[in-house]
Design a protein around this ligand. Structure first.
Ligand SMILES: Cc1cc2nc3c(=O)[nH]c(=O)nc-3n(C[C@H](O)[C@H](O)[C@H](O)COP(=O)(O)O)c2cc1C
Length: 198
């Protein structure tokens, strides 16, 4: 199969944890936020809310509050020129009924929106890293996120540091994660894909 520009982007993207000392233009940030906002969501509920943390003092405050102690392995995110806090407004119509309450659709919605954002960032030459390991309560306080809104993830972003260098990404073989028709029955196309990659 030929590879489209989108496929090439997905192949090229990797988590970037070291950033160049270079500002990210506002029009680039606006563009990737627009792409995030184009994501599908359950009942078109659009639960995502974004806090773009650019100001150095605000980033430091967020990092000190939410990326310290047991969360210090993600402290590198504080050095990114931009941190986007991906938040979710809770309690919309999708969460109203008991039957759907436990399905946490907002998590899926925000995941899709976040990946739209990440892929557009990649297209613009920006490196990103999803951060799930942070102190949510402290992040809420630092960012003054109101009651009823959850901080789902942070996305650190900046132009990749030249020395950060690409590193191989480990992925399981496709055939080990895909079944045909019923769980566990092998899917020959996935095996062929694995063979092609050897
Ligand atoms: C929801 C989510 C949360 C993540 N949280 C962290 C994190 O807290 N710290 C970190 O260094 N990387 C984090 N990552 C990045 C993953 O470690 C990374 O995507 C994975 O190792 C695959 O590497 P790649 O992104 O370079 O392909 C997270 C990724 C996702 C999708």
């Amino acid at each position: 199969m030929t590879r489209s520009p989108l496929t090439e982007l997905m192949l090229h993207r990797r988590s970037v944890r070291r950033y160049a000392d270079r500002a990210v233009p506002d029009d680039a940030i606006a563009s990737l936020l627009e792409c995030a906002h184009l994501a599908p969501s359950a009942e078109n509920s659009q639960p995502w809310r974004f806090v773009v943390v650019k100001d150095a003092a605000a980033r430091e405050k967020l990092a000190r509050a939410s990326l310290s102690g047991i969360f210090s392995p993600t402290r590198f995110a504080g050095k990114a020129p931009v941190i986007i806090a991906l938040c979710a407004r809770r309690g919309g119509v999708v969460e109203a009924g008991k039957a759907v309450k436990d399905r946490a659709m907002y998590q899926l919605d925000c995941g899709i929106a976040g990946e739209h954002l990440v892929l557009r960032a990649e297209e613009l030459g920006l490196g990103t890293c999803w951060i799930g390991w942070f102190n949510r309560r402290a992040a809420r306080r630092a960012l003054r996120v109101p009651f009823g809104v959850k901080v789902v993830a942070l996305i650190a972003m900046g132009y990749p540091d030249r020395d950060a260098g690409p590193r191989p990404r480990a992925r399981m073989p496709l055939s080990s994660i895909v079944s045909l028709d019923t769980w566990g029955k092998s899917y020959p196309a996935a095996e062929a894909q694995d063979e092609g990659e050897k």
